[in-house]
Design a protein around this ligand. Structure first.
Ligand code: NAD
Length: 257
């Protein structure tokens, strides 16, 4: 399975940690050429690259803040300069920014949340579009994968209204792209994680996490590596070439549409 991912050029935004890094490792194990990205250069990036480059494929790091149009443009240009094109784009960068209840939300906070979660996906996808179209000329569809969230379906936790709404926005925006870019051979799908144990939940104690886990049908939080196969599946033309416009929930039964 996933053999067609060998040699595919995969750009994953926000992939120095957590779900993005686990996905990157899974793609490299399949022989893909993978671009890691972070807003800053992590202290352990050389060790991470050495670990990944000892596997089947290839990995390189590209620093860029994809919450800005300039950063998104630079990231795609740098990735293409290195690997010569893009076959798969994973718009994974995202986060809460902070938890703020409605009385505390101001314009700056609104834009900060929307920039990292929504603008990033639009700008990186826009820049990647000609490369994804060129990739699809080879007969295999190219693939854009958005990263949604259970918060996009149920509204997000305390102080996470804008985050949840931004994720719901992502769940929706791919529908238009499917309608107007399928002729280019590009598929658009979303991986929507439930509560996954990453730095995203660093503000919670183990006790709180256990409480959240107890409320999930599978009885625990998910692990980043448990999300990774969903990305491989949606990236692989052989596995999902007739799937587009879908949301794949990886959530332990937390939300059942
Ligand atoms: P994380 O905080 O562990 O990792 C976030 C990554 O994004 C890091 O590599 C960070 O460097 C990068 N990043 C953040 N802002 C960036 C920017 N402006 N430009 C470039 N890179 C940036 O988070 P995670 O839990 O792995 O989350 C990954 C994605 O999954 C996010 O979109 C998040 O919203 C989504 N998600 C997470 C959960 C969860 O429970 N962990 C649930 C649903 C959805």
């Amino acid at each position: 399975m996933f053999q067609d991912l060998k040699g595919r050029r995969v750009l994953i935004t926000g992939s120095t940690l957590g779900i993005g890094l686990a996905a990157a490792e899974a793609f490299v194990r399949m022989g893909a050429k993978v671009g890691l990205n972070g807003r800053r250069v992590p202290a352990d990036i050389e060790a991470t690259l050495a670990r990944l480059n000892a596997l089947e494929g290839e990995a390189a790091f590209f620093q860029a803040d994809v919450g800005t149009e300039q950063g998104a443009t630079a990231l795609v240009a740098d990735f293409v300069a290195r690997f010569g094109g893009i076959d798969v784009l994973v718009n994974n960068a995202g986060g809460l920014v902070a938890r703020k209840k409605l009385p505390d939300i101001d314009t700056d906070f609104f834009h900060a949340v929307l920039d990292v979660n929504a603008l990033s996906a639009v700008m990186v996808t826009r820049e990647a579009l000609p490369h994804l179209k060129a990739s699809a000329q080879g007969g295999q569809s190219s693939s854009v994968i958005l990263v949604g969230s259970v918060a996009g379906d149920v509204g997000g936790g305390p102080g996470a209204a804008l985050y949840g709404a931004a994720k719901a926005w992502l769940h929706n925006v791919q529908k238009n792209w499917v309608n107007f870019h399928s002729a280019d051979g590009i598929r658009f799908n979303t991986v929507s994680p439930g509560t996954i144990d990453t730095a995203f939940h660093a503000d919670k104690s183990e006790e709180v996490k256990a409480k959240i886990g107890a409320g999930i049908p599978l009885g625990r939080l998910g692990r980043p590596e448990e999300c990774a196969p969903a990305f491989l599946f949606l990236a692989s033309h052989a596995c999902s070439g007739y799937m587009t416009g879908q949301i794949l929930n990886v959530n332990g039964g937390q939300f059942m549409p």
